[in-house]
Design a protein around this ligand. Sequence first.
Ligand SMILES: CC(C)(COP(=O)(O)OP(=O)(O)OC[C@H]1O[C@@H](n2cnc3c(N)ncnc32)[C@H](O)[C@@H]1OP(=O)(O)O)[C@@H](O)C(=O)NCCC(=O)NCCS
Length: 206
Amino acid sequence: MIGPMTRSLAGIAWPIRTARLRLRAATPDDAEDTWEFRRRDDVARWLTRAPATFEEHRRRFLEPDSLRKTIVVELDGEVIGDLMLQVEDAWTQAEVAQQGRGVQAELGWVLHPRHGGQGYATEAVTELLRICFDELGLRRVAASCFAANESSWRLMERVGMRREVHAVRDSLHRSGEWLDGMGYALLAEEWRRVRPAGAESGGATS
Ligand SMILES: CC(C)(COP(=O)(O)OP(=O)(O)OC[C@H]1O[C@@H](n2cnc3c(N)ncnc32)[C@H](O)[C@@H]1OP(=O)(O)O)[C@@H](O)C(=O)NCCC(=O)NCCS
């Protein structure tokens, strides 16, 4: 059985290659490259944080809690995006709390708009799901976004995630507007039905 200690990015044999991309755990040196796209208004408008300066971004990026859940996406050696994989406990009743420890993950993604529209996010997130289910042995993954962020929820649908929630005006945007929120999820068993273990490429290589 996979224990909570192995359910972290540190236990994975990085880098992992997909057909066109290279995924690896983020390092402090990635602060600058990720700022290149996270600083953009068309990206930051959808993100939880919109740092005003590189220093603010860097401070947050380097926080151990942030760094250890960040994966960077490279195309031909250039960092073109980042992914979040945050392993979490499931909600459980008290007597079975131990069984719910570290069994699921919250996911997130950002792609440099310069590289949008070519399926790179689909490719990276498809691999992220494989990592979650095959490598980390998680039972469920979930992600959420503003309903107005159509690019993000369409991405979730492309990779096979299932819409669970369309909440009405539950999410406060920094513009001051309460917006609809979307929640998507996928269970390991659902993922295996369409993508049996070992059927996809992906694996550690330099
Ligand atoms: C969400 C986000 C990652 C999606 O990026 P994207 O470019 O739409 O996604 P992909 O890279 O998978 O590209 C998909 C597009 O490429 C096309 N495409 C081309 N080749 C493709 C391929 N081989 N595989 C899949 N799609 C392909 C698809 O048809 C699709 O085009 P469409 O949008 O016209 O239908 C991006 O918009 C983003 O970073 N947004 C800002 C940050 C953000 O919102 N993050 C999420 C917060 S909740």
